[in-house]
Design a protein around this ligand. Structure first.
Ligand code: MN3
Length: 213
């Protein structure tokens, strides 16, 4: 949905991810942090009517073509809005055990096992200095790779499609885990919504297949 951008519903109660992610963190993360990205993105586009029909992912794919005075605001706040809109969908109460079917096979092919993939993504999150995200992303040829980005950058700005990502900003975990990012990441695996992640993967794979033809 284009401008004015709106804060999407979380899809579940704030407390639904307990004990892995606590209710207060979810309430502030969604209702304050994500809401601020939405408000700031809308403010940045307020005087740019020609950009208001564009979806946020479209804006993020072409940041360098935007008016220079709003590039930073779109990158940070558009990225924040887009990243969190995806992030809420990739987590769910109770999660789901493992990636299904063809997706599991693709992960195993690339990383040798699901556990090795989880290690790689966790490592990417642990080694992201300061604030940012760790991602599983697909390149244009359909190949999966683990990557990480600073701040609210998203892999789509580098021509990749995010399949799943984890927020490693301190605001995502500090109230419950303080400085223990490793404990947060370990807990986060318990709430990953693999059926939604698989859906993201299938869509990206179809797109990569179309482009390869
Ligand atoms: Mn966040």
């Amino acid at each position: 949905m284009p401008y004015p951008f709106k804060l999407p519903d979380l899809g579940f109660p704030f407390a639904a991810l307990e004990p892995h992610i606590d209710a207060q963190t979810m309430e502030i993360h969604h209702g304050k942090h994500h809401a601020a990205y939405v408000n700031n993105l809308n403010a940045a586009l307020e005087k740019h009517a020609a950009l208001q029909s564009r979806e946020v992912d479209d804006l993020l794919r072409s940041i360098s073509s935007l008016p220079q005075e709003i590039q930073g605001a779109v990158r940070n706040n558009g990225g924040g809005h887009y990243n969190h809109s995806l992030f809420w969908q990739w987590i769910a109460p109770g999660g789901s055990k493992e990636p299904p079917g063809a997706f599991a096979q693709a992960i195993t092919t690339e990383f040798t096992s699901i556990d090795k993939f989880k290690e790689a993504l966790t490592q990417a999150g642990m080694t992201r200095f300061g604030s940012g995200w760790a991602w599983l992303a697909m390149d244009k040829s359909g190949k999966l790779k683990v990557t990480s980005t600073p701040n609210q950058d998203n892999p789509i700005s580098e021509g990749l499609t995010p399949i799943v990502g984890v927020d490693v900003w301190e605001h995502a975990y500090y109230l419950k885990y303080q400085n223990r990012r490793a404990d947060y990441l370990k807990a986060w695996w318990n709430v990953v919504n693999w059926s939604k992640v698989n859906e993201t993967y299938e869509k990206a794979r179809q797109r990569a297949g179309t482009m390869a033809r």
